[in-house]
Design a protein around this ligand. Structure first.
Ligand SMILES: [Zn+2]
Ligand SMILES: [Zn+2]
Ligand SMILES: [Zn+2]
Length: 281
């Protein structure tokens, strides 16, 4: 399996769009991997996780468009993960050459309801035609589905609970990815399900919005909270010393840019993702 981190930042990005704080100025000056866009991931060049406002430029950086993408998983409806207005570009008359007649979008019923609540308030003629070329498929926590040869299990994020935000366990050909953002520190319901179902994770990718700073809010994690999750998984045999560990989803408020996050992460045994990083496992 190949995971490509298309974007690795939270909502505001690094540097943040309207910000001139020390961290944002530092990121701008340093450039390269220190520039982080909104979080999105692509598996084996075909299975997309999240569709946000950066999707178009993420794909342009690969020299491609989304014409041949057939399946998209959506974690939740926060706008750094889901910009559903993009679907208007897929209705008949706007695109006639996409590979699949209908793009299949898999997410929670809460996210689908939230999207329609918003789109139904629009007066433009395009949004109502989205279902002609996009099919929305509601998934449930802990219920695996087969998506184009991938076994995908949505797990409960400690984040946007009102719309049932998802973390994803994705399995194919004996390899398993745990895609774990956005989420706060989650309880052992997830560990127990993974252990009871004999799951072993090859790549554990966790939310690190707080960076190496302990903050009291509950809907994202710090480096130490991510390490604590890894320790729990280790104890239950869900991961081992061969598991690849990555932090992702950073905010400019964490006070560090990529070059510094990378060094800080070493003491927790994690690596730091950056935009464009590809990990094969
Ligand atoms: Zn986010
Ligand atoms: Zn800033
Ligand atoms: Zn979010």
């Amino acid at each position: 399996m190949k995971l490509r981190y298309m974007g690795t930042a939270a909502l505001e990005r690094i540097p943040a769009i309207f910000c001139n704080c020390d961290n944002c100025r530092k990121a701008l000056a340093a450039g390269g991997k220190n520039i982080m866009t909104r979080s999105q991931a692509l598996i084996d060049d075909q299975l997309l996780i999240d569709l946000n406002s950066e999707t178009y430029t993420h794909f342009l950086s690969l020299g491609r468009t989304l014409w041949d993408i057939e399946h998209v998983l959506i974690t939740h409806a926060h706008c750094d993960h889901f910009t559903f207005e993009e679907f208007c570009c897929r209705i008949p008359g706007k695109t006639s050459t996409a590979k699949a007649e209908k793009l299949k979008v898999y997410t929670s019923q809460g996210v689908i309801d939230n999207m329609w609540d918003t789109l139904n308030t629009r007066i433009d003629k395009y949004t109502k035609r989205i279902p002609e070329r996009v099919e929305f498929i509601a998934l449930d926590y802990f219920k695996p589905v087969d998506i184009n040869g991938y076994r995908v299990t949505p797990l409960p994020a400690n984040h946007a609970e009102e719309e049932q935000a998802f973390l994803f366990l994705i399995e194919k050909d004996g390899k398993t990815l745990f895609y774990g953002n956005d989420t706060g520190y989650f309880d052992e319901e997830i560990d127990n399900w993974l252990a009871q179902n004999g799951k072993y994770i090859d790549l554990l990718s966790l939310d690190c919005t707080k960076g190496d700073v302990e903050k009291t809010y509950k809907t994202h994690m710090s480096m130490s909270e991510g390490r604590s999750i890894a320790d729990r998984f280790l104890e239950k045999g869900i991961i081992d010393a061969n598991t690849i560990l990555y932090y992702t989803h950073f905010t400019h408020h964490c006070g560090m840019i990529y070059d510094e996050l990378k060094v800080a992460a070493e003491k927790y045994g994690f690596q730091v993702a950056h935009d464009g990083l590809e990990v094969e496992f």
